[in-house]
Design a protein around this ligand. Sequence first.
Ligand SMILES: [Zn+2]
Ligand SMILES: [Zn+2]
Length: 321
Amino acid sequence: MRALRLEDIGNLHMKDLPRPKVEKGMVELRVSHCAICRTDIKMWRQGQRDLALPRILGHEVAGILEETGERHVVWPGESCGTCGHCLGNSENLCSSMRILGFHRDGGFAEYMAVPEGALIGIPQDLPGFIACLAEPLACGLNALSLAGLAPGQTILIFGAGSVGLLMALAARDLGAKVFLHDINPVKLGISAEFRRRLDLKDTAIEQIPVVDVAVNACPSMDAFLRGMGLLASGGSFCLFSGFMDRSSVPLHVLNEIHYRQLRVIGAYGCTREQMARAIRLLDKHRTEVELLIDERIALENVPRALSFIETGQTLKYVVEF
Ligand SMILES: [Zn+2]
Ligand SMILES: [Zn+2]
């Protein structure tokens, strides 16, 4: 099968590989679509905590079970199923978690081996290039839920990339008032139609009132510091993105957490239940979500696309098989 494998940091190559070995409890999925994520770029450029090499990347996958013709998306995890996190509502925190596209081979290949329990069915008429966004949307749902966002509350999302926009859609759907902020005029330009349909204006930071929740869908420390300053007392900041730069948090911001009873909470990954909810949201908003996809490309063109995506001038590229 054709596969794109990361051999080493910086070395991504097209390979002709045997189809994956399907161990007990796994099934073989024919990949129809796999979206490209910023994390794939991070792994290619600098590695990632959970990455084991060599690896076929790709964790935003939709595909088909060939025996039945059923279409699915993939929860990109393999968890133990018995620990407290797995039995509770946080299976993404399972300590023996193995992530597809990180620890195990992912969706930048014609076929992938998937744990049976990781398949999530999709409506037969939902296009695969939309369905494969279930994973990033579910990660956004995880962030909103951990931040405790409730209908009628206000939320400020930093970053008008595809994940920030998907999160904005979810917050809107929940009945929250959404402020979206990005410093990149290109991102604002290419997301203009999506934002217009959802009535999401880019608001100058000076005009944003205090908010109940703030989330960073970008790796900037400045977003965190500004967001903390704009939180209402008792509000929550969700750290959705890790930080790239070496900046530190000033003491007065930590003291604000104390005096104003702010909450800072992290979010990483998602659960199967959140992915099933994401599918319902994508199905409901498919015409808007389609606007987030810049291009559907062949697997061979991924390396070139990664260099372009890195420049921050795109929303979402999807590999189509
Ligand atoms: Zn991702
Ligand atoms: Zn577990």
